[in-house]
Design a protein around this ligand. Structure first.
Ligand SMILES: [Zn+2]
Ligand SMILES: [Zn+2]
Length: 395
């Protein structure tokens, strides 16, 4: 496993930062220009309703509103539930020739996302080593009990990735697949020029930093697709932290030491408060189990997976977005460079049930509590799961 430099590390290195002009902060939202409305019209989506606009927080910068505008345009473009895909495939395994469980588990996880399956169904191209064509041909549409994984290696051969003959990190594999999805040609005019991974999994964090000297508030935005959360210090009572608690920790206020204010040009230790501006359509979490004790050990403590998760307490305007746990890549093993990955996912045909996909083995009706060793976790919006009755939380 590798340590992902998301969150505050990236904030400090300015990797994902978009600085807004300080003068725009605090102003009421500027109206959507005519050109932007007609742009979204061409993409086949209705212009944003005045009610939605009116409900927005009024203290966002123009950049913040732009992020939300793009996000709202996405909701009509993809298949969010299984009734919108052309065919629902039976659950099947993938043969692991040696050390490819990190790739197999990620392919299985993403094959349980309706939007991805529909994109693969609509995709066609001339490239013989195309990840998407071969994913469809040798796995989704494959008639046997288990397909092969050779096409995954072939797709990344040119990138010099995943061909070293050793176990790799599932988080790296997931990011590499999302990178390919962002570049594929989708035979659908409405998806032309869209960044698929960002549309499906993208989220935005709004960071508000206040200079201690001049009191000016600066706002920065981070955009990303996979949210890295870290294991928290062991609870003295021995109870497991929940996924929601790990997420909430990412959104707690902290201090940037030696913050350089662009307004008064003075340095100070500035308080910063991150909030979730754009909740993703599909929430992908990476549970970083890397220990920073100097030995680089894996933290094997269990996490309690919330079956239902509402991000209202982290949202910029406190708005509720409710998610349902839909799958995980689970890692068993004490070390970072070995062990085994497998996938747990909601069944495509019976969404109230989970299926355990472990290389070529498939176990229907699996217990979702084995996800307490999750390394990657996937949540879909509750409104996209049409086949689950009731809203009772298992945890
Ligand atoms: Zn292709
Ligand atoms: Zn200042």
């Amino acid at each position: 496993m590798t340590v992902n430099n998301e969150g505050w590390s990236s904030f400090k290195t300015n990797k994902w930062l978009f600085t807004t002009p300080s003068s725009s902060y605090g102003r009421p939202r500027t109206p959507v220009s005519n050109s932007r409305v007609s742009e979204s019209g061409e993409n086949g989506t209705a212009p944003e309703s005045p009610t939605k606009r009116a409900n927005r927080p009024r203290t966002l910068s123009d950049r913040g509103n732009e992020i939300l505008d793009n996000h709202e345009a996405v909701s009509n473009l993809y298949a969010w539930n299984w009734s919108e895909v052309r065919e629902i495939y039976p659950e099947k395994g993938i043969i692991n020739p040696s050390i490819y469980c990190y790739a197999i588990s990620c392919v299985q996880l993403l094959s349980h996302v309706p939007a991805i399956v529909r994109i693969l169904q609509d995709h066609r191209c001339q490239d013989p080593i195309c990840l998407c064509c071969n994913w469809k041909r040798f796995f989704l549409q494959y008639q046997g009990h288990a397909g092969t994984i050779n096409w995954f290696r072939d797709a990344f051969r040119k990138d010099k990735k995943f061909n070293q003959g050793r176990q790799e990190d599932a988080h790296d594999a997931l990011l590499a697949i999302l990178g390919k999805l962002d570049k594929i040609a989708v035979q659908s005019p409405r998806l032309k020029d869209r960044k698929v991974a960002d549309d499906l999994f993208g989220y935005s964090i709004r960071n508000e930093v206040q200079c201690r000297v001049c009191k000016h508030k600066h706002v920065y935005y981070e955009n990303n697709t996979v949210m890295t959360v870290r294991m928290l210090r062991k609870d003295p009572s021995g109870r497991s932290h929940s996924i929601k608690e790990l997420m909430q920790h990412l959104f707690t206020a902290s201090t940037i030491y030696g913050y350089n204010c662009s307004k008064c040009k003075k340095k100070s230790d500035a308080p910063v408060k991150p909030t979730l501006l754009r909740a993703p359509q599909i929430l992908l979490l990476h549970v970083s189990r890397f220990s920073f004790d100097g030995y680089g050990k894996k933290i094997s403590r269990p996490v309690a997976v919330n079956e239902t998760l509402d991000v209202a307490s982290m949202a910029t305007a406190g708005q509720s977005t409710v998610y349902k746990f839909c799958g995980a890549v689970i890692h068993y093993g004490s070390g970072l460079d070995f062990g085994h990955y497998f996938c747990l996912a909601r069944s495509r045909k019976r969404e109230q049930q989970f299926v355990n996909l472990n290389d070529s083995n498939v176990t229907l009706n699996a217990n979702f509590r084995i996800a307490d060793q999750s390394y990657l976790v996937l949540y879909r919006r509750a409104e996209h799961l049409t086949n689950i009755g009731g809203d009772k939380s298992m945890i």
